[in-house]
Design a protein around this ligand. Structure first.
Ligand SMILES: Cc1ncc(COP(=O)(O)O)c(C=O)c1O
Length: 370
């Protein structure tokens, strides 16, 4: 039996068709009709006016932070529980990431902790929609607005997630997405920034392409970057976007089967879903009350022996050597982080595979029903 991987992209005939079309057109670099169509369609999907395609989610964050004006020494509030790129991008923009605690109801930034961390140096906040669950955006936007702080949503893991019917990516001044191979939709590597702010969109496009003037070719008005994406990637992205409703539905069905299999199991918690929020379940999250870092690692090693791939929840950023000294107390992030794993939950996993995974987790942890 082969290892059941933690994730796997779902690529089909439509992706192949558009990719070959882009290839045959000769427009394989960063100009081409698929880029424009992908940007337009992605903006429409998120309910924003603009979308700017870039090379990956990390540079999308860097560009967004520069775009909203983060400068040397500015503080940017981030949740302690997230992928490291969220904080690294703040550093890339010469800002100072300030880690705050998360809310167990969402796994995302706790708005109360965020408000407490605001200082006169705070320039922006990055709520991360972790593992597909939206952050509490109405509360976060309310606080940020009252305190004059920009909000950059990190929606790298939450394409299509909603609060009361409004999609993530449309709440903040701008938002970023990742299209890495394990994401809800992929372009291989890739990213996107969404915004309603026309001026900001223009500046992001300028910075994406070496700060080159639109009116005067090879005249550069500021130091920019090459953060462009390719027509080939956009072709795959457009196909994925046209299939995203089905991809999300299939993912939800996978999570539902996990829920049924684990229902009533004591000491086990799966992905949260706060009422009124739509989680698009990037990855199955399983927390076991009783795991500490070592026992969790031992369980993951045992599952690997049984051909089941897993990942640990993200480690708190504040436990990492680069970020340790900057932090507020984050007890919830610490508690959640060390007792959680992700299990295979990609589109295309079979019911038999899910049942096999669940049986093994249950027997390994000697779980009993309540
Ligand atoms: C929360 C979060 N932010 C940012 C990123 C960075 O995206 P990318 O890998 O496309 O650079 C990721 C990606 O894995 C992520 O999970």
């Amino acid at each position: 039996m082969d290892l059941i991987p933690i994730s796997q992209p779902c690529l089909g005939e439509l992706e192949r068709k558009y990719l070959i079309d882009a290839f045959d057109s000769g427009w394989i670099s960063s100009i081409g009709r698929y880029i424009e169509e992908f940007e337009k369609s992605f903006a429409a999907y998120c309910g924003t006016v603009h979308a700017i395609a870039v090379s990956n989610g990390t540079v999308a964050l860097h560009l967004a932070l520069e775009g909203v004006g983060v400068k040397e020494g500015d503080e940017v509030i981030v949740p302690d529980l997230t992928f490291v790129a969220t904080a690294n991008a703040v550093r890339h923009a010469n800002g100072v990431p300030v880690m705050v605690d998360v809310d167990p109801e969402t796994l995302c930034m706790d708005p109360v902790a965020m408000e407490r961390a605001i200082t006169p140096k705070t320039r922006a906040v990055i709520p991360v929609h972790l593992y597909g669950h939206p952050s509490d955006m109405y509360r976060i936007m309310g606080i940020a607005k009252a305190r004059g702080i920009d909000v950059v949503e990190d929606a790298a893991e939450a394409h299509g997630a909603e609060i009361g019917g409004k999609r993530v990516g449309s709440f903040g001044r701008c938002a970023i997405f990742s299209f890495y191979g394990n994401k809800i939709m992929t372009t291989g590597e890739g990213g996107m920034i969404t915004t309603d702010d026309g001026e900001l969109a223009g500046r992001l496009r300028l910075l994406r392409d070496h700060g080159m003037s639109k009116e005067k070719k090879y005249w550069h008005t500021e130091i920019g970057y090459n953060y462009r994406t390719t027509n080939l990637q956009a072709a795959i992205g457009l196909a994925q976007l046209q299939r995203i409703d089905s991809l999300i539905e299939q993912k939800r069905a996978v999570i539902e089967r996990y829920r049924r299999n684990f229902s009533g199991m004591m000491r086990v918690t799966l992905n949260p879903c706060k009422p009124g929020f739509k989680n698009t379940y990037w990855m199955l999250c399983l927390s076991f009350d009783g795991w500490k870092e070592q026992s969790r690692s031992a369980s993951m090693a045992e599952l690997k022996q049984r051909k089941i791939d897993t990942r640990p929840f993200f480690y708190p950023l504040s436990d990492m050597p680069m970020y340790g000294s900057l932090v507020h107390e984050t007890p919830v992030a610490h508690e959640l982080s060390y007792k959680g794993i992700n299990l295979p939950s990609y589109v295309g996993i079979s019911n038999e595979q899910i049942d096999y995974i669940c049986e093994n987790v249950v027997s390994l942890l000697e779980l009993s029903r309540s």
